[in-house]
Ligand binder design. Structure first.
Ligand SMILES: Nc1ncnc2c1ncn2[C@@H]1O[C@H](COP(=O)(O)OP(=O)(O)OP(=O)(O)O)[C@@H](O)[C@H]1O
Ligand SMILES: [Mg+2]
Length: 325
């Protein structure tokens, strides 16, 4: 059995663990205006690495450049400068496209096809033989939670937004990709739909797929992603794991009951009583000594949580900081 030290650190480049997505100073400038004489920097100089099996979430406000980065990675548009590798091959490489899946931001699905026909069509583009399709399509429908009846009998113009996202997701997985790109997979879904989409992503993650997705829904990203990056005005302003980024304050918020008020006040200067007869506040000092002192006073502690900002607070702070520059 492998010991912990044998397992490659996912954030370190080694010959066995090269990044599956690598970009170096990737830049995209669009020409806009009636005479195409204005320039719009959609992505300024993006250097990023994503490793095998990671789930990477790209966050950013509207217009930050998230879809632009995804399109560059997928080879749909060409960079103005900079370079990138996907599964070790330059962006746009044809053979690599067969190993990746993509759920676009607003998937264009054929209204007059049934979900099944659409998936057959998508499978045909990858030259998947009909015999394999007959087995894979029902498996994917089960994974994304779309009933066989809906897929077989209903044309997609009759599908709800949630059903369209599901069939879009099945399409993204039709070629059994190693690397999956999802542009706003939760967008427009109700809480149940979002929960189900999250479950699908977690199942893909458990199957070892590398997932790169764009999202506005910070709580989902916080629950699913190993690492996140924040784009603002075309600039990748930070990237890292959530504990790294949120940089917890070295302190705990504690809540308990009983004990000597004067002693408690020394440990918790901002202590206050709550309506249910408990006390709470920020602990100052060593947490082990605090717990020992509670035991001496016969007091109970119910919660002891590391103080750290939420991803939402962190996101807003970073975006506002970048906009004020
Ligand atoms: N084809 C294009 N031509 C000109 N400008 C473009 C083009 N595509 C995108 N842009 C501009 O590039 C910037 C980044 O757009 P992008 O779609 O990448 O943002 P986004 O982060 O995906 O936003 P959203 O969250 O709304 O999906 C925007 O200012 C957008 O108007
Ligand atoms: Mg977008």
């Amino acid at each position: 059995m492998k010991s912990v030290t044998d397992v490659p650190n996912p954030n370190v480049d080694t010959a066995e663990n090269p990044p599956v997505i690598l970009t170096s100073e990737l830049r995209k400038v669009y020409r806009t205006g009636f005479l195409l004489n204005q320039k719009l920097v959609s992505l300024s100089s993006c250097s990023l690495k994503v490793y095998q099996g990671e789930t990477f979430g790209l966050l950013g406000p509207n217009g930050a450049g998230k879809t632009t980065l995804l399109k560059l990675l997928l080879g749909i548009i060409r960079p103005t400068s900079g370079r990138g590798l996907l599964l070790g091959k330059p962006l746009g490489d044809r053979a690599t496209k067969a190993k990746i899946g993509y759920l676009p931001e607003n998937p264009y699905l054929y209204d007059y096809l049934t979900g099944w026909e659409f998936l057959q069509f998508a499978a045909g583009l990858f030259k998947i033989p009909p015999r394999v399709q007959r087995q894979r399509i029902p498996e994917l429908l089960e994974l994304v939670g779309l009933s066989l009846g809906d897929a077989r009998k209903k044309q997609m113009r009759r599908y709800s937004k949630g059903m369209l996202q599901r069939v879009g997701m099945a399409q993204a997985l039709i070629n059994e990709p190693e690397l999956v790109f999802l542009d706003e997979p939760m967008s427009g879904l109700d809480p149940v739909g979002r929960y189900q989409m999250r479950e699908i992503i977690l199942r893909l993650k458990a199957a070892g797929k590398t997932i790169f997705f764009n999202s506005h829904i910070l709580s989902e990203v916080e629950q699913i992603c190993d690492r996140v990056g924040i784009l603002s005005r075309g600039e990748l302003i930070c990237a890292g794991s959530i504990p790294e980024l949120l940089n917890p304050k070295n302190g705990y918020f504690v809540r308990g009951q009983g004990g000597d008020w004067e002693v408690l006040q020394k440990w918790i200067p901002n202590i206050k009583f709550t309506v249910d007869g408990c006390w709470e506040g920020e602990l100052e000092g060593d947490n082990y000594d605090f717990l020992a002192s509670l035991r001496l006073m016969n007091a109970n502690v119910f919660n002891m949580n590391l103080i750290r900002p939420s991803l939402e607070d962190f996101f807003i702070q970073k975006i506002q900081g970048n906009h004020q520059r």
